[in-house]
Design a protein around this ligand. Structure first.
Ligand code: PLP
Length: 380
């Protein structure tokens, strides 16, 4: 296979090798249905219970507050629908820059007559507490604001937003799909009632995730059927993936990606562009908040004046470098994404947006090669 430089870790990550080994062993040998009483199944049940404990510890939750799902999309759908339908006549607040797993669910709920408010953000992509304060009301049942944005990486002031939400008697959910495994996440410190996570964003397998639900939170079940997940999310458990997810998360948290290192790589990357005469503020913009600890480490979203992000992405691909655009494409039009619009990237830059997301395995030499190839393409 052709060697690629992979710089789209915000889209997905490669599978942790310890997780892979454990999963293979389970798929081959521990295939018992965890709900059955015999010994083959008891092993599977024990593996799930241990994985639940490991995951809970990683985010400072209790094991009984972790519910396994098929990933971030399901966790988001469940949190929103599960609270909305148990609070008829009440409204929901979210932000304009959420992932479509939240936005499309909100559109669905609007069709069911639930009012939804979409909060605007600053040009750095931050939901300001005062904006939430201005819109929250006693008829709000739920506020859902992402912990970190998937396109520009901005980290939200969740603790302050939670305080405002709780002072109005509403629940707070955060889509932490991009954050878990990458920056410290402590549900008790944040104060959130629910939190969504997805394994494939932190070197776990695809198609598995979890929803943290703070004990005592009033939420309806999502899948109806067997009594798995305390009767709230039915379906035979995906044992191998659950275990793979717990190993990947634990490894990420215990071998913290040198986040300082990733921030330094970002600065190095920008300096490489500037050395070739492509200047920040003149030829390109940094999207989102570029402050240390204010954005996801390694997530670089840039908009180049007069360029086309999709064409840059394809030309990088031809050179063996995988990056992404800031645009949601359809077969006919390339549209500027809702996030790039919400943070008001000027028109002449917006179309030229790309996202480079470095990961645990990205080397300094690879960052240099990405910068070099990008310069060659931009200067041609
Ligand atoms: N939320 C955010 C912020 C995401 O970035 C993603 C995936 O890109 C999702 C939700 C959906 O997660 P999944 O792919 O596990 O369904």
């Amino acid at each position: 296979m052709k060697q690629v430089i992979y710089a789209d870790n915000a889209a997905t990550t490669c599978l942790d090798s310890d997780a892979y080994k454990a999963m293979t062993e389970i798929l081959q040998n521990e295939y018992g249905n965890p709900s059955q009483p015999y010994s083959l199944s008891r092993t599977a049940k024990k593996l799930i219970s241990e994985a639940r404990g490991t995951i809970a510890e990683c985010i400072n939750a209790s094991p009984d507050e972790i519910y396994f799902t098929s990933g971030g999309t399901e966790s988001d759908n469940w949190a929103l629908e599960g609270v909305a339908f148990s609070n008829p006549d009440k409204s929901i607040i979210t932000s304009q820059i959420e992932h479509h797993a939240i936005l499309r669910t909100c559109e669905f709920l609007e069709k069911q007559k639930f009012p939804v408010v979409y909060l605007p953000v600053t040009q750095e992509g931050t939901v300001l507490p005062k904006t939430l304060n201005a819109h929250i009301a006693d008829m709000t049942s739920l506020v859902s604001i992402m912990l970190a944005n998937n396109e520009v990486g901005t980290i939200q002031p969740i603790k302050e937003l939670v305080k405002i939400t709780h002072s109005h008697g509403a629940l707070f959910h955060t889509d932490a799909v991009q954050a878990v495994g990458h920056i410290p996440v402590d549900v008790k410190e944040l104060g959130v009632d629910m939190l969504s996570a997805s394994a494939h964003k932190f070197n776990g397998p695809k198609g598995i995730g979890f929803l943290y639900i703070n004990r005592g939170t009033k939420i309806l079940p999502y899948m109806h059927g067997g009594s798995q997940e305390k009767g709230l999310r039915a379906g035979t458990e995906n044992v191998a993936s659950i275990v793979g997810m717990s190993i990947a998360l634990n490894n990420n948290i215990n071998n913290p990606v040198k986040n300082d290192g990733l921030y330094r790589e970002e600065q190095f990357f920008i300096s490489q562009l500037e050395q070739r005469g492509i200047i920040l503020g003149r030829d390109f913009l940094w999207n989102g908040n570029n402050g240390f600890d204010k954005h996801l480490p390694g997530l670089i979203s840039l908009s180049f004046i007069g360029k086309d992000g999709e064409s840059i992405m394809h030309r990088m691909d031809l050179k063996g470098i995988t990056i992404s655009t800031g645009a949601a494409c359809d077969s006919v039009n390339t549209q500027v994404s809702h996030v790039i619009k919400a943070i008001q990237v000027p028109n002449e830059f917006a179309q030229g947006t790309i996202r480079i997301s470095l990961g645990n395995n990205t080397t300094h030499e690879e960052v240099a090669a990405i910068a070099d190839t990008l310069c060659d393409i931009l200067l041609k």
